[in-house]
Every structure is written in structure tokens, then in C-alpha cells.
Design a protein around this ligand. Sequence first.
Ligand code: IPD
Ligand code: CA
Ligand code: CA
Length: 263
Amino acid sequence: MVDHAALRDLALDIARAVGPEIRRRAGRVDVSSTKSTASDLVTEVDRWSEDQIVSRILDARPGDSILGEEGTGVEGTSNIRWVVDPIDGTTDFVYGHPGFSISIGVEVDSQPVVGVVLDPLLEDEFAAAVGHGTTRNGQQVWVSGTTDLTAALVATGFSYDPDRRGRQAEVLVGLLPQIRDIRRMGGAATDLASVSCGRVDAYFEQGLNPWDCAAGTVLVSEAGGRVTDLDGRPSTGEMMVAAPAAIHGPLLDLLQTVGADRV
Ligand code: IPD
Ligand code: CA
Ligand code: CA
């Protein structure tokens, strides 16, 4: 039997080990290069963080697999895979703007079971393990009790692809008059953590990679929320809608109506 709580505690210890250096460098680092497009930034600290996280996972659990955004692809022998975004929200990190985090998810037999999202700037630690709920700085948290989509604060994010960004902006034109407001913090993992504790009511985004949402998905579901694609199926990240159950269905319907399925 895999001990989910022990995996969660290990993920939290590892995130804590890299957090202080990431906080120290925030807003004080050169952009080393760009990746998919000119807006997709990467720094030496992203790579340093991934190296540190991966070596600590391998020290503790040498048989596990690891997928990391900055190139890690370890094929292990166990049924456990770690999915790591060493800095989610690199643009925020480069500017020293809140919203970036360290995101570590763990899957057992391809099922997400653990999520840790650590915000080094605000010193906020979110952690969840299936069957154990979601905590923020050690205190149990829940998604918001909102039942009315028109009163919902909805977070979102944008692709690095300029054409897709244009279509995402068109969706917002339809959405904004029908909800309380929109937030764009700059980190998918932070957005999902925010849903898990009711700091926003809901979140949606298209074009995410596994490392952006592996941890945050567990935070939301263990906090009582729903995370699906636009058709209500388990999300792969390509389309992610995370919300309390009471507004999740209405949000899917509204997103369809305003053309999110064409983004
Ligand atoms: C990005 C952030 C951003 C989201 C993008 C992600 P990165 O991750 O989570 O908020 O809108 O889709 O790619 O590149 O900063 O790790
Ligand atoms: Ca990311
Ligand atoms: Ca990243």
C-alpha cells in the first residue's frame, strides 16, 4: 500500500528546501532564454530548482519516475511518478510579482494522489493527499460556497501562442459581463491553489501542460471542488475548469456559450 500522506510530506519537505533561494532571487534574475515563443521565459533559477527537486526525489525514492518541465524524464521501476514544475509562473518570478510557486504532484498508477504548491513570496504552503483533504499552512481548507455564477470571481490564464491568446481574449469579452470579475495572477498552480481555499471561486485555462496542473488538481478535488475539461470529463490540462460543484456545471455551459470550445 502506498502511503499518500508520506508522499505529500516528502513533496512538502522538498518544496521547502528550494523555496528560500527562489524567494531570494525573485525579481533579481536575468531571463536566460525563451522557449516556445518570445513570452515563454526561462531562467537559470528554473533549471537550478528542477535539479534540486529531482535529486532530492531520487535520493529519497530512487525507483520512482519523474517528469519535469525543464527536461527531466526519469523512467523508474515503481508505479509512482512525480510531476514537477520547478517554478510555475516564471514571468511573475522574473518581475518579483506574486503568483509564482513550486508545484510538485505525485501520481500512483497514473492517478493523481498528491499535490504541493508552495508560494515562496507569500510563504503560503498548500498540500493535499487523496483521502486526507487539502491544507493551507497546516489548516484544512475548502473551495468557496458560491452557488451563483454571476457572483463568481474567476481566475484564468493565457497561452504563450499569440494567435491562441487572441481567441482567449474573445472568450473573455463574452464571459466578463456574466460573472463578478476575472483574475489573471500568472501561475496556473497558484490559481488552482486559490480555488482550493476560496481565494477565487473558479478557474479555467486552455493549453496547460501536465506540470502546470498535476499538483493543483489534487488541491481542488480534495478541497471539495470539481476539475474537468469542457465536456465534464477528467481534464488532461488541454482544457481545465476547476470550481465548486454548485457552479461547475453552469460555468461549463457559459464557457461553451462564449466559444471556449473554439479556442
Ligand atoms: C505558465 C503559468 C501561466 C499559465 C501558462 C503556464 P510557466 O507556466 O502557469 O499562468 O497561463 O499556461 O504555462 O511557463 O510559468 O511555468
Ligand atoms: Ca508552468
Ligand atoms: Ca515553469
